[in-house]
Every structure is written in C-alpha cells, then in structure tokens.
Design a protein around this ligand. Sequence first.
Ligand SMILES: NC(=O)c1ccc[n+]([C@@H]2O[C@H](COP(=O)([O-])OP(=O)(O)OC[C@H]3O[C@@H](n4cnc5c(N)ncnc54)[C@H](O)[C@@H]3O)[C@@H](O)[C@H]2O)c1
Length: 271
Amino acid sequence: MAEVPGQGRFEGRVTVVTGGASGIGEATARRLAAEGATVVVADIDTDLGPALADSVPRIEFAHCDVSDGGSVAELMDGIVARHGRLDGVHANAGIETPPLLLADTSDEWFDRTIAVNTKGVFLTCKHAIRHMLELGGGAICCTSSIHDVASYPKIGIYAISKAAVGAIVRAISVDYATQGIRANAILPGATLTPLVEREVEDAPDPELQRELMDGLQAMKRCADPAEIAASVAFLLSDDSSFMTGASVPVDGGSLSLLPGPDVLGPEMQHG
Ligand SMILES: NC(=O)c1ccc[n+]([C@@H]2O[C@H](COP(=O)([O-])OP(=O)(O)OC[C@H]3O[C@@H](n4cnc5c(N)ncnc54)[C@H](O)[C@@H]3O)[C@@H](O)[C@H]2O)c1
C-alpha cells in the first residue's frame, strides 16, 4: 500500500468504518488511524477485524452486521458511550453479486444485495446521524461504485443497490446541511481488494481477467485500496468542508473511457 502521510487531520476524532476488516475499509481504517483518529472497525468478520485491531494502534474492532438495525444502533450507541464523540463515518460494507442477467436474478439475491449494500448504508447513516445531531455535527462518506453511473452486462442488482447510495447522500445533504452534518459518496473503479482478487481467481483465465480489469481504466491499472482511502479521508476531513451530497468517481478515468481501438481492436475506425 502507498505510504501514508502523517497529516494529523483526525487528531482526537472518533471515526467508524463499516466493512473495515478488509479491502477499501481496511485501507481507510489504517489511513484515518495514521492521521490521528480513533477508528472503530465494524464488521462481521471476527478473524480479520480483531487481527487488524491488534496490529494497529488506535484501531478497535466491533462486531456489527450492517443489514441489522439493532446491531447498527448498538454499534453507534456503544461508540458514543465509550468515546463521547462520533466525528466521521465511512459506510462501506458491501457484497458482490454473481453474474446474472436481470430477469435471471432471484428474489433472494435481490433482497440480500439490497439488505447489505443499500439498507446497510441507510442504517449506518441513520444511527450515526441520531448521535451527530446531539454532538453538533459530523461527516459521512458512503462507498458506492462506478456502477451508480454506468454498467457492464450481468451486474444489474449490484448497480441498483449502489445507485441508491447516491440518493442517500443527497437526502442527508438536504435534510441536515444546516445542522453541521455532511454526506458524500465515492464511486471507486476496479480496486485490488480481496473482493476483486476473488473475481480474478475464479475466472477461467485469471491472467487474462486481470489484464481486462486493468484495461477498464483509462490509466490501464486497477486502484490500490490506499488510493481510494485517501479520497475517503479527504471527504471525512475538514478539507472538504463545503462538499455535501456529492457522488465522486475515484476511478482512474474508467467513466471517461468509451471502448475504442485499444479495446475493440485497431480495425475500428474513429474520427
Ligand atoms: N473493490 C472494488 O473494485 C470496488 C469497486 C467499487 C465499489 N466497491 C465497494 O467497496 C466496498 C468495499 O469492498 P472491498 O472491495 O473492499 O471488499 P472486501 O470484500 O475486501 O471488504 C468488504 C468488507 O465488508 C464486510 N461485510 C460484508 N457484509 C457485511 C455486513 N453485513 N456487515 C458488516 N460488514 C460486512 C466484509 O466482511 C469485508 O470485511 C463495497 O461496498 C464494494 O461494493 C469495491
């Protein structure tokens, strides 16, 4: 991972990262802790979460299933009871979906995806805001995806679950902007996390799959999770004090890139 500058923007602040045991969430937890925050990693993974907390100063682990309102309420209540503040929230926990055409997607997969990727973000924001209103404000960053804006075939339910995240941050921005609460979303492009590494390993030709994934970005590479974490830290810090309700691509140019000769072959004519 990229080296973390010790800027101290979060000195004395208390933050929570859902899905913080792995991937983008883990990178954010490390980044926030390196900048001085106390970070509560909230996750269902009771192996990786506690191991991260044991190895990094100022990171704590709390078991939490973001799809369960009681579990999320208990998480936020516990943080405020222990630390007396809640300054920043990264609503990041999410799951991938199997490749399915829309009409082949089972009701069960629909419910499961929405439960974690959409309702989980809603519940995380809702229970954080309850406390932020009493504590005088705070900043929220939700992990959406480039699939909020544009998609590939067979990823419809994931795209639906992420598109709602943009609406959640817009709703928070208009409901609470005057009460010191800001909410923004990041839209990561392909990022080399365990979620994506599983997709590469499961492909019939993993090497080709990795090459294809790199080619999705104008930069012709996937992101390091630390690069996504840097944007999350910015959106949770006072450096973004006039930003709320925004959905920000952090995607190496993938949303700018139309398939051209490099993707379709040199025989493609363009003018
Ligand atoms: N990796 C990418 O290319 C990419 C791109 C765009 C968006 N995203 C999004 O970024 C977020 C993080 O993904 P990642 O790639 O780091 O994946 P990851 O699998 O490495 O990490 C996801 C974490 O979320 C946790 N989690 C899953 N369900 C949970 C639940 N119900 N309650 C609490 N924790 C739960 C997992 O245990 C895991 O620690 C997800 O929302 C994902 O959709 C990832």
